[in-house]
Design a binder for this molecule. Structure first.
Ligand SMILES: [Zn+2]
Length: 405
């Protein structure tokens, strides 16, 4: 027997009584997050909305039983509840109203936005999703620009401020076609149609507010490309209020951190990043000079072996992470030099040679990393690695020196 859907005619019914037509135990379903046995209940009538058409299901109560899920099964609405109900008995039901009203605000906001996108930009909505935080519509056509999105938001809010009525109609597919309703219709027979006076006329089985004023406000957020369509994020009603408040908090905190006024955050952030980049460039230059000077000093007292090759070993400590690499490179600018440099606090190891030397630093590093745990790589003249245990740098350098000889 078909369940009478009270919300079709009045989406504002929060409490109702109904007769329990059937109640069957259903096993736990981990995918649906149910670890306990639940019961599937069919009533003769219900005000609880089942998940369908992009709108999530309601929560609520049937007697003392909590409603975990509401499913749309053909003509029937199935309520998944957490305790058994007596078949044939009457039961008092209620709807988790804050959740439902939120869904009504988001869903009606979607009707309005989709209508305005179609009307003003010729962009049809191909799908809709009402998420826990954010709602999305997927539009087909060219990329909507920032200016377009702002214009759509303004036009939709204008219709909200006009507080236009919404009406529920029943019509045949032929009657809809006569009115130029473009949406593809899959069902036969009479269709439920939602009209926003002067703005929209769409077949829909969902729940909606009575007049556009109750949408409160729509805020259009980001857009992104999803499988060839344009996904536009938006929020309506209470969500818009919460998001605007959260945005303000973010802006206020960012302004505080940047020590500027909220309307100067963008300029201040750009300035801070530019300063950071300039400081980094200056630091890099100083490190380079320090590496060159350190290399000159080191090579001044270095002693070459009998064959003229000069292997310089150096374990550094407490230096900037960029320094060991610059230092090794500076050493290896001198002919007949091979540099074996490490940092004992970070575990970095660097092997560098003058390009005229015929050895292979990458191969040498690989061989060392075969003995001492770590990662790294490089070229014939310059290789860098990082040891898993920083205290093993002495051993790594020693191995490299042994294999160089
Ligand atoms: Zn709808």
């Amino acid at each position: 027997m078909a369940t009478q859907r009270i919300y079709y005619d009045d989406a504002y019914v929060r409490e109702f009584t109904a007769k329990v037509l059937s109640c069957e135990a259903v096993p736990p379903n981990l995918q649906a997050g149910r670890t306990q046995t639940a019961w599937a209940v069919v009533l003769d009538r219900t005000a609880l909305y089942p998940a369908s058409g992009g709108q999530p299901h309601d929560f609520g109560k049937l007697g003392d039983a909590g409603v975990l899920e509401v499913q749309d099964e053909g003509d029937e609405v199935i309520h998944i509840v957490d305790r058994e109900l007596d078949e044939g008995a009457a039961v008092a039901g209620c709807v988790d109203w804050p959740r439902r009203f939120d869904h009504m605000q988001q869903h009606t906001g979607q009707h309005l936005l989709s209508a305005v996108f179609q009307e003003r930009a010729g962009l049809p909505t191909v799908s809709f999703h009402l998420g826990e935080e954010i709602c999305t519509i997927d539009l087909r056509g060219p990329e909507p620009s920032d200016e377009l999105l702002e214009g759509i938001e303004r036009a939709a809010n204008h219709i909200i401020f006009e507080n236009r009525d919404l009406h529920v109609h029943y019509a045949t597919p032929e009657q809809l076609a006569e009115r130029g309703v473009r949406k593809r219709i899959e069902r036969e027979g009479m269709l439920r149609v939602i009209e926003i006076v002067g703005a929209d006329y769409q077949p829909c089985g969902g729940t909606h507010v009575r007049s556009t004023g109750q949408i409160g406000l729509v805020l259009v957020r980001r857009r992104s490309k999803v499988r060839g369509d344009w996904r536009v994020e938006f929020v309506s009603g209470r969500r818009a209020e919460r998001l605007a408040r959260a945005d303000f908090r973010q802006l206020r905190d960012a302004a505080q951190a940047l020590q500027c006024a909220p309307d100067e955050v963008h300029a201040a952030a750009e300035r801070v990043v530019a300063e950071r980049d300039a400081h980094f460039a200056a630091l890099r230059g100083s490190l380079q000079q320090l590496a060159e000077a350190g290399a000159a000093l080191t090579l001044h007292s270095a002693v070459a072996a009998g064959d003229g090759l000069c292997v310089v070993e150096r374990v550094l400590e407490g230096v900037h992470p960029d320094f060991p690499g610059l230092f090794a490179a500076a050493l290896a600018k001198r002919e007949r030099v091979v540099a074996l440099v490490a940092a004992s606090d970070t575990g970095q190891i660097l092997f560098a040679q003058h390009p005229a030397e015929g050895r292979d630093m990458a191969v040498l590093l690989k061989r060392v990393l075969g003995e001492v745990d770590g990662k790294g790589g490089g070229t014939k003249d310059f290789a860098r690695g990082k040891l898993a245990d920083a205290s093993a740098v002495g051993r790594a350098i020693e191995l490299a020196r042994t294999w160089l000889a």
